[in-house]
Design a protein around this ligand. Structure first.
Ligand code: GTP
Ligand code: MG
Length: 206
């Protein structure tokens, strides 16, 4: 696992900073999530969707969407006085996927966002993190009017490992997003401690 940009090796009193990626298909709500939770004005790289995207950009389900992320989103959230998360949102459209490697560098964990109306759109993100070995969770953004599904059914539909958390949430709601972030941090820590237990990675030095 690549952790060059995250510091989780500090002692109990040290501030730990962690980079978390927010990924998922076009229009699933990545920019919305970071905007809802960031304590700083989020960096956004939105460009207007124009007629040239007709036939290329699938806006089904998010017809009111007028802009798209062309590079990245960035935000920051202090979970508690010892833990700060830096959030990096990926661009959802396939023509910008070449940027994912750069954005993923140093990330300790990821949230793959899904929309049950367009579930297959999150497959490339799931594949990407599985191949990279980056711990990830799936956050199902519950759009108004979208059918609700049980997280276990979604896990089966996505063919996920049983240990990967699947949570339902609302990307516009700060408290709901905070729960998702806590879930991803706990998942990252749980996986790191399981790997240490197997002797795959050394215990952190204090
Ligand atoms: N009803 C509802 N609308 C949402 C929700 N989350 C996002 N939206 C809307 O859905 C659209 C998509 O949101 P974005 O946050 O731009 O999606 P994105 O994943 O960043 O999109 P790209 O970067 O273009 O891939 C926007 O119009 C949001 O206002 C949600 O939970 N419920
Ligand atoms: Mg976006």
């Amino acid at each position: 696992m690549d952790s060059a940009h995250s510091d989780t090796t500090g002692g109990a009193d040290q501030l730990v900073t962690t980079k978390i990626l927010v990924a998922g298909g076009f229009g699933v709500g990545k920019t919305t999530l970071i905007g809802a939770i960031s304590e700083i004005k989020p960096l956004q790289t939105e460009e207007t969707l124009t007629d040239r995207g007709i036939g290329v950009d699938d806006v089904a389900g998010v017809e009111s969407k007028t802009t798209t992320t062309v590079a990245m989103d960035f935000g920051r959230i202090t979970i508690h006085d010892k833990l700060v998360l830096y959030l990096f949102g990926t661009p959802g459209q396939e023509r910008f996927w070449f940027m994912w490697d750069e954005l993923a560098f140093g990330a300790l964990g990821a949230i793959v966002m899904a929309d049950t109306r367009r579930l297959t759109n999150c497959f490339p993100s799931v594949d990407y993190f599985e191949h990279r070995g980056t711990p990830f969770i799936v956050g199902v953004n519950c759009f108004d009017g979208a059918e609700r599904h049980n997280p276990d059914d979604i896990r089966i539909a996505l063919d996920l490992d049983p240990g990967i958390p699947v949570v339902l949430f609302d990307a516009r709601d700060r408290e709901s997003v905070k729960q998702v972030l806590i879930t991803v941090v706990e998942h990252v820590l749980g996986r790191a401690s399981a790997e240490r237990g197997r002797g795959d990675v050394p215990a952190p030095t204090t």
